[in-house]
Write a protein that binds this ligand. Sequence first.
Ligand code: AMP
Ligand code: MG
Length: 365
Amino acid sequence: MPPMMRRFAVLLPGLLLVLLLAACTQSTEPLVVEDYLLGTVIRISIHDDGYDTSLTDRVFERVATIERRMSTSEDDYDDTELLTVNRAPAGTATPVSADTFEVLSAALDYSRVSDGAFDVTIWPLVKLWGIGSGGETVPPEGEITAARELVDYHDLTLNADGTVTLAREGMGVDVGAIAKGYAADEAERILRDAGVTSALLDFGGNILVIGSKPDDSPWRIGIQRPDAERSRYIGIVHTADRTVVTSGPYERFFVEDGVRYHHILNPDTGYPSRNGLVQVTIVAERSIDADALSTTSYVLGLTGAYDLIESIKGVEAVFATEERELFLTPGLQESDESPQNTTETHFELTDDEYQVREITAVTDR
Ligand code: AMP
Ligand code: MG
């Protein structure tokens, strides 16, 4: 046998085995389970073999516990830990669970880091506007001013004994910007502890992936267009072992006199934030960070947010502006060498109505 043929004959059984294994792994359908929690559809897709709904039930039970503790929706709950905190007379030290304390601590950290663009005490404004819970008109100016004055994270104290105190009457906390991220991290922990190595968690558009796809290629996470054509993607984040969280003005909003009023509020103005940014996607390791930072970035605007994200190691972002420009932090830019094959986390533009721009173009504005 010529040497070439001989090598082929030796390789053939191995090759067949690889093909066979590939066929086996690909024929297995993922376990996909959905539930409605935290005001959104949550879908868990486990791509490893051998798991059943007893595992996803545990995950959903954990998420339901988080919701029962931290919801501030008076439509859904008579009482939760955070409703109790918000209703307590000023100066009362209210006990909360370790869960709630941890989320409030993270939210307070982000309030500090963003100098109040993210403010965990946003509740009086959220309640006044009621966006997503029946609010459909702009509140009177005087009420906006009054609510705005009650928003100040300096007046929230997290006490060493695990209790929480708000300094002024009428104040309140809201973790709507961060709770989904915390819940996704908790879901990830439960799945990894059970041995899951390949899974996709979709918390109403907040995505978290465990490992890579069963064939070892990166997950491809589509980023929706921020405008009316939401069913289209502007691009795809290729990644593994990361979370991808997007904040935009379209999840909850109403329109009055042709103006869209959405659910991300600027604590300085008391109005929905408006600064030319229309969507922010954060890629990070922890979903609580990505969730907090997407909301924070949305309020900060492009230059402030870009600087903030650049200063945090391991966190990347895609910013979309009203002019259909996209700005990427360096860690998401495609490498010049064979961008299609790279396993590094990167963003691939797929919509030719959008343009990726260099951030230097922004600093001149
Ligand atoms: P997200 O969809 O993660 O961007 O979070 C939006 C939610 O965060 C809103 O529905 C409010 O509950 C809350 N929120 C709105 N504005 C702010 C803000 N400036 N700081 C903190 N939380 C906010
Ligand atoms: Mg958020």
